[in-house]
Design a protein around this ligand. Structure first.
Ligand SMILES: [Zn+2]
Ligand SMILES: [Zn+2]
Length: 314
């Protein structure tokens, strides 16, 4: 482990996901009706404008360089979301150096999904309460559209600091939390500088919109569409299509069953591009201690698959 390594000695999955002080307050009374949400309509404006900005290409035209930038920025940044926001900051499934930790946060935040600390605080709550009345983005509780994006505009703006004490001790991450728009603005500006208006509209805005919905599909679609290998308390699913377009996040039922693993495709046929990139990064010493699912989990999964196949055969 290099001297700049981020210390994780005291960090166990239990510590990361221990209920926080705010969890002591009881949830609102459960009713059979869906909760009514109050949306902050003004806050949706920048979100809508980023979608509309793509239409700027009707005026600028579309260069082939812009298309290449769009494809490259989608894959680089969806990797930032899954390896950074999700597998590293939310779940701490591998270790890295402090500079690399900053790079991961920067790439993730260039997708304009707020600070890595904000993201992790909400995602840890999602695992603690998945698909219960306290889950902010459960399709079961709130309907598909609210789970996909509505929750972003209805009371999710606060960072729950007591859930992310392990991240809050890094001033550079706290700085990124405060100035969370710096990475996307710098990225957008550089793309405009080098690739012009077409680069900005298609290369930056279109790829940003794709990374948003790719990420949001895991909260919405991956809880309603796909198969369930493990009997988790939530509705999480495994979905090969979502896994391909989100670099492995579609193996969401695997992930909800055993979230402390750096790999979410548990078997060789479950393609998990993020994990493959992490393995390559481990080979050159950029990350290390990639956590694996234990053999008992893999064996239980194999048994469940065999039972399902037997049932299908009748
Ligand atoms: Zn997760
Ligand atoms: Zn989930």
């Amino acid at each position: 482990m290099p001297p700049s390594a981020v210390p994780t000695a005291t960090l166990t999955p239990d510590a990361v996901f221990a209920p926080s002080e705010t969890d002591a307050t009881p949830p609102a009374a459960t009713t059979t009706e869906r909760p009514r949400h109050r949306y902050e309509w003004l806050a949706t404006l920048p979100f809508i404008l980023c979608h509309v900005a793509v239409l700027g290409a009707l005026w600028s035209g579309v260069t082939w360089q812009a298309i290449v930038v769009c494809i490259a920025l989608y894959w680089i940044r969806i990797f930032g979301v899954t390896a950074g926001y999700h597998r590293y900051f939310s779940h701490r499934t591998f270790e890295t150096s402090r500079p690399m930790q900053f790079v991961l946060a920067w790439i993730a935040q260039s997708t304009s999904q707020k600070g890595a600390i904000w993201w992790a605080s909400h995602h840890r709550a999602h695992h603690l309460y998945s698909d219960s009345e306290r889950d902010l983005h459960s399709p079961r509780q709130h309907g598909f559209l609210h789970a996909h994006l509505g929750w972003l505009f209805s009371g999710s703006d606060k960072t729950e600091w007591n859930r992310v004490k392990d991240l809050a001790k890094f001033p550079e991450l706290v700085w990124l939390e405060k100035y969370y728009l710096v990475p996307p603005i710098v990225t957008g500006f550089l793309v405009w500088l080098f690739f012009g208006w077409s680069g900005l509209f298609i290369g930056f805005f279109l790829s940003t919109v794709f990374t948003w919905h790719g990420t949001f599909f895991i909260n919405s679609l991956a809880h309603v569409w796909g198969t369930r290998r493990f009997e988790t308390k939530d509705d999480s699913r495994n979905n090969a299509f979502l896994a391909l377009v989100t670099m492995g996040e579609g193996w969401h039922n695997n992930h909800h069953h055993y979230m402390s693993s750096a790999r979410q495709g548990f078997y060789w046929w479950e393609i998990d591009l993020t994990y493959y990139v992490l393995v390559a990064m481990e080979k050159v010493g950029l990350v290390w201690n990639l956590k694996q699912p234990p053999e008992r989990v893999l064996e239980a999964g194999r048994r469940a698959d065999a039972e399902r196949r037997a049932l299908a055969r009748g």
